[in-house]
Design a protein around this ligand. Structure first.
Ligand SMILES: [Ca+2]
Ligand SMILES: [Ca+2]
Ligand SMILES: [Ca+2]
Length: 265
């Protein structure tokens, strides 16, 4: 049996027992800015099928949405007037908690499929509020890294997640009086530009070759009050290859070598 046939059989065996690495969604290996405007989410309907990390129409590759309770794997396209607990499309990716859904979370994964370390430098998005409620409700931003695929947003816990407070969105409007009509989250007073320069703040997030990261937005089920509907839109994530420190050292060493040679000559 030649080597190729052995390799092929091993691949088949791997597929059969599920040991071949699962699909990892968004690969990064070069300097790039990932953007997402969520405009491919369905804009009508209350039973739109949500599939994690899927290219199905109405879902988005690399994106996950999960509930601490249940949301039925459907999402609702709406303008803030509905109060069913669910994942929502407001032209943005959002959520509204009830006791049935419990906490809701959504997030996006990236995998470093290159040979160099990568660093996340800048993350920005627009936080939109599509329904009013009690004050100070947030979409809490955090991340988790692993050398195996991350598919679980674990909406009921912060264990294993590292928060980046500068990227948490706090709903800008409070006041239950306006509750009945919903908000237009695209209006200036109902949205907040959230941006955090990880590089300038010396909080670069590194990703080693073959390592995966999940960025998570968590919407807590606010048990003792009236829920706010929040969403994220116009996300931008800038990632670059970590500069090789050795190249600077090599250049320095080269200069040293040159000096030594000149002295000798
Ligand atoms: Ca949008
Ligand atoms: Ca929007
Ligand atoms: Ca909430």
């Amino acid at each position: 049996m030649n080597r190729f046939r052995v390799a092929f059989l091993l691949l088949l065996l791997g597929l059969a027992v599920g040991v071949v690495a699962p699909l990892r969604a968004i690969n990064i290996s070069t300097n790039q800015t990932y953007t997402q405007d969520f405009n491919t989410l369905n804009s009508t309907g209350t039973t739109n099928v949500w599939a994690d990390n899927s290219s199905n129409p109405g879902s988005i590759i690399g994106w996950f949405a999960q509930a601490g309770g249940t949301f039925g794997s459907n999402y609702i396209a709406n303008n803030g007037t509905l109060t069913s607990g669910d994942i929502y499309s407001y032209g943005a990716l959002g959520s509204f908690n009830t006791s049935t859904t419990g906490n809701l979370a959504y997030g996006v994964t990236f995998t470093n499929n290159g040979s160099a370390n990568m660093q996340f430098e800048l993350i920005s998005y627009t936080g939109e509020q599509w329904r009013n409620g009690v004050a100070n409700q947030t979409l809490t931003f955090s991340y988790q890294k692993s050398f195996v695929a991350i598919t679980n947003l674990t909406p009921t816990t912060d264990v294993g997640w590292t928060q980046v407070p500068g990227l948490t969105f706090t709903a800008p409007v409070s006041g239950i009086g306006a509750q009945l009509d919903g908000n237009d989250g695209n209006l200036a007073g109902n949205r907040t530009a959230v941006e955090f320069d990880l590089k300038a703040n010396l909080q670069l997030i590194f990703l080693q070759p073959n390592e995966t990261i999940m960025f998570r937005w968590l919407d807590i089920d606010f048990l003792s009050g009236t829920e706010v509907a929040m969403a994220i839109d116009d996300l931008s994530i800038t990632v670059t290859v970590v500069p090789e420190p050795s190249s600077a050292l090599l250049a320095f060493g080269g200069v040293g070598l040159l000096v030594a040679r000149r002295r000798r000559s």
